[in-house]
Design a protein around this ligand. Structure first.
Ligand SMILES: O=C(O)C1=C[C@@H](OP(=O)(O)O)[C@@H](O)[C@H](O)C1
Ligand SMILES: C=C(OP(=O)(O)O)C(=O)O
Length: 433
């Protein structure tokens, strides 16, 4: 499916935030390890969260997925090794978080994935696990899936490198309570995407296990052996990464967009986009901030936008969103701390540079940063190369251009299957092509 997007007048819209992808993945995995039946309410129904659910089912977990409710029959950490490989498709979170969890199975488990997944790094996680009792091997390229996961999780002193992905650390933390001995997880060097680790420890706590943080620099946690997650009834909060496109739509069209259902006190690092947009010249207003389920946030823009100089190591999933807003600002933007964007669904630094250049905007990039110099936008064609966030962010920029085509626009189902339906409903009032 290709999408043709034309210039839009100011969009005034109200949208419900889709449920969080990161929280849905974690709730499923942790509930599967709990010693009883959990309910997960208001889950994200998207390709990636379905992949996690199917993978857990292949590992012997009974999961009943209904609209707005998942019932997970926890195994107490006793998983069954399937006879055939588990295909994780394009979901990095499923691949990384499940790697340590597969060590709890009663035999070897093979995890494989899409062609792109077979290029996404997992070496630091495998190394940390192999130093802690596992025997994990690569079937194709060293350092990348597919993996054959065998051995046990002994625990003890586990040192791990989180400088490429925080998902390695989340994986170790989630499985650690089921190790043979007490586990101490210490980070080597700097970590990227740190808020996702807090999402992990927060979810572990909801299911009854709070990792004890022994130090913040370096980050060190202690997790005693012999604990089991307790079943829980958990409601998934709204997703800031998916909502980012609606915030950007207000910024790009000089409109006003209200997003309902986000938690103002969320641990999601992508919440920071609101501060960035405010710095660029948008107005942000919260209402009912003390009631998480009922709160709503409004982003509006009336004057000019200015560029920003911003380190986005902690919030990689909204870099593309900031980049498209930067393209319509009056002054240049520099985004730093983003080397980990090169190992996502696509090389996102290259995707931003190629996409913006196609539309007439000058950019420069290095291994770890991007510079964007706003100019006159022209129409063009964007090929997202199966990267949902490229498709969604450039769609928003399309509303500032005469005509923009997004090829293979269906890739948004990875995280936000209703994106185009929502986009059409808010755009139809103000847009033309
Ligand atoms: O743990 C998670 O839920 C995620 C962590 C981040 O990845 P990295 O830690 O690899 O940057 C993020 O980009 C991804 O979309 C979701
Ligand atoms: C990077 C992403 O997801 P994952 O790592 O789970 O593939 C994303 O959703 O932007």
């Amino acid at each position: 499916m290709d999408m043709h997007i034309g210039r839009s007048g100011p969009v005034h819209a109200r949208i419900k935030a889709p449920p969080s992808k990161s929280y849905t993945h974690r709730a499923l995995i942790i509930a599967a390890l709990a010693n009883g039946i959990s309910s997960i309410k208001g889950q994200l129904d998207a390709d990636d969260t379905r992949i996690t659910a199917r993978a857990l089912a292949a590992l012997g977990v009974r999961i009943v997925w209904e609209q707005d409710l998942i019932t997970v029959y926890g195994t107490g950490g006793r998983l069954r090794a399937p006879d055939t490989p588990i295909d994780i498709g394009d979901s990095g979170t499923s691949m990384r978080l499940l790697t340590a969890v597969c060590l709890l199975a009663d035999g070897p488990v093979t995890l494989t994935g899409s062609a792109r997944m077979q290029e996404r790094p997992i070496g630091p996680l495998v190394e940390a696990l192999n130093n802690a009792g596992a025997r994990i091997s690569y079937t194709k390229n060293p350092g990348c899936p597919p993996l054959i996961i065998d051995g046990t999780l002994t625990g003890g002193e586990i040192r791990a490198d989180g400088s490429i992905s925080s998902q390695f650390i989340s994986s170790l933390l989630i499985a650690a309570p089921y190790a043979e001995y007490d586990a101490t997880i210490s980070l080597i060097g700097p970590v990227v995407s740190e808020p996702y680790i807090r999402i992990t420890t927060g979810m572990m706590e909801i299911f009854g296990i709070k990792p004890e943080q022994k130090s913040t620099d370096p980050l060190v946690w202690k997790i005693p052996r012999g604990m089991q997650y307790k079943p829980s009834s958990y409601t998934v909060e709204g997703d800031y990464s998916s909502s980012s496109y609606w915030f950007a739509l207000a910024a790009v069209t000089k409109g006003t967009v209200t997003v309902e259902g986000l938690n103002p006190d969320s641990e999601q690092g992508d919440k920071r986009l609101l501060d960035i947009l405010e710095k660029m010249g948008c107005t942000i207003t919260w209402s009912n901030p003390s009631k998480p389920g009922e709160s709503e946030v409004t982003v509006s823009r009336s004057g000019a936008l200015s560029g920003v100089d911003v380190d986005m190591a902690d919030c990689p999933d909204v870099v593309q969103t900031v980049a498209v807003v930067a393209a319509v600002a009056e002054t240049p933007t520099r985004i730093t701390g983003i080397h980990h964007l090169r190992a996502k669904e696509s090389d996102r630094i290259a995707a931003i540079v190629n996409g913006l250049q196609e539309l007439g905007i000058r950019c420069d990039a290095s291994e770890d940063e991007i510079g964007i110099i706003p100019g006159t936008l022209k129409g063009g064609v964007i090929h997202p190369e199966r990267d949902h966030r490229t498709a969604m962010s450039f769609a928003i920029l399309g509303t500032a251009i005469g005509c923009l085509t997004i090829l293979d626009a269906g890739c948004v189902t990875k995280s936000y299957p209703e994106f185009w339906e929502e986009f059409r409903s808010v755009w139809k009032t103000a847009g033309s092509c």
